[in-house]
Design a protein around this ligand. Sequence first.
Ligand code: BDP
Length: 718
Amino acid sequence: MKKLLLATLLLVNGLLAVAENGYELWLRYRPLPLASQQAYRPYFRKIFIQPGNASATAIKNELSIAIPALLGIQPVFYSDAAMAGNSGLYINTDAGFHTAITQNNNTRLKETGTEGFYLYAGKNKKQQAVLSILSQSDKGSLYAVFHLLRMMQNQQAIQQLNLLSVPKLQLRLLNHWDNLNRSVERGYAGLSLWNWHTLPGYIDQRYIDYARANASIGINGTVLTNVNANATVLTAPYLLKVKALADVFRPYGIKVYLTARFSAPIEMGGLKTADPLDPDVKDWWKQKANEIYSLIPDFGGFLVKANSEGQPGPQDYKRTHADGANMLADAVQPHKGIVIWRAFVYAAENPVDRHKQAYDDFVPLDGQFRNNVMVQVKNGAIDFMPREPFHPLFGAMPRTPLMMEFQVTQEYLGQATQLVFLAPLFKEVLDADTYSKGKGSTVAKVIDGSLDQHTLNGMAGVSNIGNDINWCGHPFAQANWYALGRLAWDHSISSEQIAEEWLRMSYSADPSFIHTTKNIMLRSREIMVNYMNPLGLHHIMGTGHHYGPAPWVSNLNRPEWNPVYYHKADSLGIGFNRTASGSNAISQYHPEARKAWENPTTCDEKYLLWFHHVSWNQKLSSGNSLWNELCKRYYNGADSVKWMIREWSQQEKRVDAQRFKAVSMLLNIQWEEAKWWRNACLLYFQTFSRQPIPAGYEQPELTLDYYKKLRFPYAPGN
Ligand code: BDP
């Protein structure tokens, strides 16, 4: 009995001894310290929601979960203006509507746009504490509520609040690479969340919690299906399932999108062709769009991967990507839908450096796309590598709105066994200067439309979500989902802020915990680059599953699938010469942008082997030869994982036992994997450099042959 009582007490106080499985994500809502509770309570006893707010149910639901948990009080909701004159929270979505505070806020209201909000704290005539949310849409008020909850979870003062928040990007999407059989391409967190078999009848609570989590970080669209598309999702029974999900997500401001298989008119429609200029094909897609919109009036549109890695597309009929995209765009245009056309294309028959192919294909099409088409571009020209220079298409297609595609799932960045915080990678790309319109033409300004005045703009992240109890596999992988949403809303916020917010909400506000763990997160990406792909190396991972190192692979059908194509190690040196004397991919960048990379002796070392073939003995900025520097980076990277382990091990008392242990075990796996990358790569490159691993470093115990023979037939995500 005593034991039971103790357990209950621990539970009531939300103490760390209680195991947590991570399901609650950053919406844990643990009780705040008493002083904070007292400061916040006056605003949340009475909550007024203007009638007609389509998200009112979602808002009330969230506040009913969060307020009692955080503040220990039960809010009472009103929809009657007679409530005005009391202290409390007022949620308005109508310009003409009364605001409780005696201030003329109409100008601020106009600035909120379609999804933004204005949050204002003050006193009413009776000098009572009042908080007002002003927005022109129900979505705006929903985002404002989540913003307030985030502020409280971070224990920020709200008494002086005077904040206008408007998303910098209009489309903030997740791309699920989920198949209809529930396998997830490059998914490391279990099966797809979408249980197509039990839909539409069964609405899993997870669908609702997924929507809550996304709304809390401003994500407003989800592409449900894999870019390697299956036309079956466009059949009538599946569209009913899609509709069921759309209905769940709508109150949370989330639109659904589908991937469109270009050959669907043949596979499903019985047509002989999928030629985008064929009248029957055009008509088939028009009818299909009408059918979809009759079920889902706010359907977002189609995402298309065409003529890439074996997918069908307009080039099969000697048409261009613009012909294909425009045909689909015309089909969804009457319904205000959009087409997101991917620029991730490269062809087996094309001997040109893969780095150059998307640019070559797409730049000539600039200006030819309908105005409801966006071209979605991966952050770099190859493929979501640990580090890539920004994609040369950014800044090179001023007449086309370009959408950013980041990969949240860590296909090439440790999958779900490694702690790698991606916000620094995202920021590095967003902050990169394309110089397309002079200094300061950052990638962020290209994609937010401000550089070339595009009203359509957005960012997508390839999802890392599955049906694992903690959604993302690695407990810290949740932070990457969180980071994507926060940066899509506002790309100017720092990685540090994102890490800190996420840690406080997901774990604890303990200053020492925050300090140490934030540091681990912020350093983790650079550490991983060092033990996997230092100095600009790339694409040297295992074949197929992409798990672990395999720089030696040279026997795949397509040259650009082989790691040797990318590192080009030989007796003289290592690296891909992409300058004028090589593939000249560097010429696709603006002269000012490429200045930092052009010269092999002054090239930013982060990208050295990306752009240059460098002699093993060339001296680098450290004074080391290239070979010795390569060794140093691989060893430092792997050693830093031991540092991560030590730092984390000191957090035991500050974290719940279940997640503490989970992260500890995974960090040990990460250490093994880091050593594996280090040893396998150095032993292999040593066969070319013919130089020793400098004395002082622990020498690899196993042979290159051992590493070459490793096989992982059931590695996930493949
Ligand atoms: C690669 C993935 C592959 C995807 C492809 C894509 O390995 O599974 O289909 O990208 O983005 O990174 O289409």
